[in-house]
Design a protein around this ligand. Sequence first.
Ligand code: HGY
Ligand code: MN
Ligand code: MN
Length: 419
Amino acid sequence: MAAAPGKNIRIDAERLWNSLMEMAKIGPGVAGGNNRQTLTDADKEGRALFRKWCADADLSMGVDTMGNMFMTREGADPDAKPVYVGSHLDTQPTGGKYDGVLGVLGGLELVRTLNDLGIRTRRPIVVTNWTNEEGTRFAPAMLASGVFAGTHEEAWAYDRKDAEGKRFGDELKRIGWVGDEPVGARKDAIHAMFELHIEQGPILEAEGRDIGVVTHGQGLWWLEVTVTGKDSHTGSTPMPMRKNAGLGMARMTELVHEIAMKHQPRAVGAIGHCDVYPNSRNVIPGKVVFTIDFRSPDQATLDAMKAEFEEKAPKIAEDLGLGVEIEAVGHFDPVTFDETCVKAVRGAAERLGYSHMDIISGAGHDACWVNKVAPTAMIMCPCVDGLSHNEAEEITRDWAKAGADVLLHAVLEAAEIVE
Ligand code: HGY
Ligand code: MN
Ligand code: MN
């Protein structure tokens, strides 16, 4: 029986690792990770390096009006819908070297390997860098892939502001990455998309598996809460007279935790962002703005958590003489990935002899939005102690290799080798 075409090819693990380490030099953090936030000069530098590497690999570049980068390797059949791979190069302010980057550079390594071996595929292959996946500088997360998939309007995205009041659209223009392609113009011409990503959780490492076959993704609500009280002196204002927005936030933080704990084991809730005004040691906060991050793989649970907070938070505020406003600034429903693509991932892991297990993604990814417009699946590799969104994020070379090998073979199945 003829071996499956390309059965024995593998990526060049050393080259992939060196590329990861090279990219990690751009926008370094202070503790070994990265701070390459979207639309900063560091992001601009990272994009330029990725563009150079893609030019060296004979890929042609397309950029859309959200700055999404599409790097194409021609196929034997130029009219065939391409197979997309990729992820994001932007990082958290205290991010790791692999979150997103492994998916982009794993896609580039796939192309480099096919170039080395002179392998042609019937379908073109497109390696993508999605703008602002993290949503940390400009909320929400997966902003540009969300506009691409038709979830968000571009004008709304352009008006998103960072903590200094800078607009997304102005910053994209400032770094020179407003492309000429209308965003979303490609969305009806995608045969399949595969995103390689680190798990960002502890399951694969704990189970001793090299590969996560991602069947589903958690849904998410980001609720931005503004609690208003009255600035006053921390020393001379009697306790009964205080309108302490900070106390309101503290009680609402406890409520978020209680709500998530009520829906275990498949729900999470936390507050990762908070701004205290005037943020002075001897002033009772007159205003606090914070963002709640609720997630669950189950739609009813996700919506119940949001509803319970919206019902109980006003009572907390009222008891303390405070005002409260709640605005949803980020949302996507739980995701079920495409069965054929998931099968291609599982089959590739099996053929290659990598241990694997089905898994639900705890984190959100660009693939969650692309899944709305094209058959999509994800491949995950473990990360050490399940740690991510932390500069100490770490993976092994073997995990990076396994993930990129499975990406290569899943994509070859979809893109079809031309003998
Ligand atoms: O928030 C997320 O899940 C992703 O890491 N941006
Ligand atoms: Mn990511
Ligand atoms: Mn991330």
